[in-house]
Ligand binder design. Structure first.
Ligand code: PMT
Length: 413
């Protein structure tokens, strides 16, 4: 969200149940460092108080033409705004925008403003699906208006379907992205994260200690660098990173099936997940009973997702991770060659290292070079890592071979 710092955001609030979320939106934008001014429609006042928005934005709230003492307030607001986001945007507001009406202050500001306009629709699902609304949305699309959402789900009226306003965090992230010309802008990135679970019987499984923190940080950093990010995650307790499409899976086989179609259409594949190398050769249909004698568990190799993606005829640029207990550099180079990938990111694992922790330290190895990223939070390391991946990706796209081995240490603090 750093891209919002100091930016002038005009939030338009219309009359709908989700207007209560506008208060949180204003708060999130302010916390991200943006300057926020709010223009409310007359009916918005029936759903949320102007004083709330005034307190949260730290600015007067504009509601009616009568607030426009100079007679030119709509022009001043239009010139001030670097982005306008109307949230919630009702069906009526979309229709007014499509027609270019200026019979209220918000409409006039939108017409007078040359900065990008975004809308976050919120309405009953039937109203959203109605051909009239869909026509208005396509008119706005053609004019370059950004349409954020709507989300699907349960609605205030009891219906279920599309029409829920996107969450304030998601909207703020989308606005931040609109200011950003990131290192991965326009690229499609698939990231895996977390552990896999390999079933032994209906209640037991083989797994590992991966918390997903490293993978989710990488997905977040790739998103912030402007990529479209698909995150395929094993079972973890982390929320989906803002602006990232998340698919949850359990086993290595499920992860493979989710990843392959996405990877075929992607530019980069970053395999952070701690995927099982072996799975039980058979899954017992009923809970295995305790017995006095020793029990031997037969295992068979699980799908090697990274190797499978790297072997695709039009493989994306592949980055693997290597969890090692020693000799990072040698093991990472070996893994890079055996998996057939461009880069391997090695980290030491053990008590207090790698798995589950907040911090990590990474050794990046590629053909002819390596780079040490010293201990830092997983998010800050992910940001540095994405910058390195972007640089190597661009070189590989240009078919540039680096002339000599490079060994360096980057202190990421
Ligand atoms: O999730 P956290 O708690 O934050 O911990 C982060 C982490 C330690 C899990 C992460 O930083 C990490 O090291 N991930 C890779 C762990 C691992 O399984 O390494 P590996 O050496 O077994 O696998 C090498 C590579 O092949 C990895 O990119 C892995 O995703 C991939 N792989 C492995 C096995 C398999 N069956 N399929 C795969 O695709």
């Amino acid at each position: 969200m750093e891209f919002l710092s100091g930016k002038h955001i005009l939030v338009g609030v219309c009359g709908g149940v989700s207007a209560y979320k506008s208060a949180e939106l204003v708060r999130v934008l302010r916390r991200a460092g943006a300057q926020v001014r709010v223009v409310m429609t007359a009916s918005a006042g029936e759903f949320i108080g102007a004083r709330t928005l005034q307190a949260l934005s730290g600015e007067p709230v504009w509601q009616r033409w009568s607030d426009d003492r100079s007679g030119m307030q709509h022009i001043e607001l239009a010139r001030w705004a670097e982005r306008i986001l109307i949230a919630p945007a009702t069906a009526d507001r979309l229709a007014r925008l499509a027609q270019g009406r200026a019979d209220d202050l918000l409409g006039a500001v939108c017409l007078a403003c040359e900065a990008p306009l975004a809308v976050a629709p919120a309405m009953n699902q039937a109203m959203w699906r109605h051909p009239a609304t869909q026509h208005n949305v396509s008119v706005l699309h053609e004019r370059g208006v950004q349409v954020y959402g709507p989300d699907e789900g349960e609605q205030a009226c009891g219906d279920v379907g599309p029409g829920r306003m996107q969450e304030p965090q998601v909207l703020a992230q989308a606005l931040a992205d609109s200011f950003q010309h990131g290192l991965l802008a326009g690229l499609r990135v698939v990231v895996t994260a977390g552990p896999t679970r390999e079933a032994l019987d209906p209640v037991r499984y083989l797994s590992n200690r991966s918390s997903g923190k490293m993978g989710y940080a990488v997905a977040t950093a790739a998103r912030e660098a402007g990529a479209t990010v698909e995150l395929v995650s094993g079972p973890v307790v982390l929320p989906a990173p803002a602006g990232v499409r998340l698919q949850r899976v359990e086993s290595a086989q499920e992860m493979l099936e989710a990843v392959l179609p996405l990877a075929r259409a992607s530019d980069l594949f970053i395999s952070v997940a701690a995927v099982a190398d072996y799975r039980p050769a058979t899954v017992a249909p009923a809970k295995i009973k305790r017995q006095a004698a020793d029990r031997v568990l037969a295992l068979e190799p699980a799908a090697d997702i990274l190797a499978a993606v790297a072997a695709l005829p039009t493989a994306p640029f592949c980055v693997g991770f290597a969890a090692e207990t020693g000799d990072l550099r040698q093991n990472a180079q070996k893994k890079r060659l055996s998996k057939g990938v461009a880069m391997v990111v090695a980290n030491l694992v053990g008590p207090g290292l790698g798995f589950e922790t907040e911090d990590n330290a990474l050794l990046l190895v590629w053909e002819g070079g390596q780079l040490q990223l010293e201990k830092d939070t997983k998010y800050r390391l992910a940001v540095r890592l994405i910058a390195q991946i972007a640089a190597r990706y661009r070189l590989s796209a240009l078919n540039v071979v680096e002339p000599h081995a490079k060994h360096s240490t980057e202190n990421t603090r």
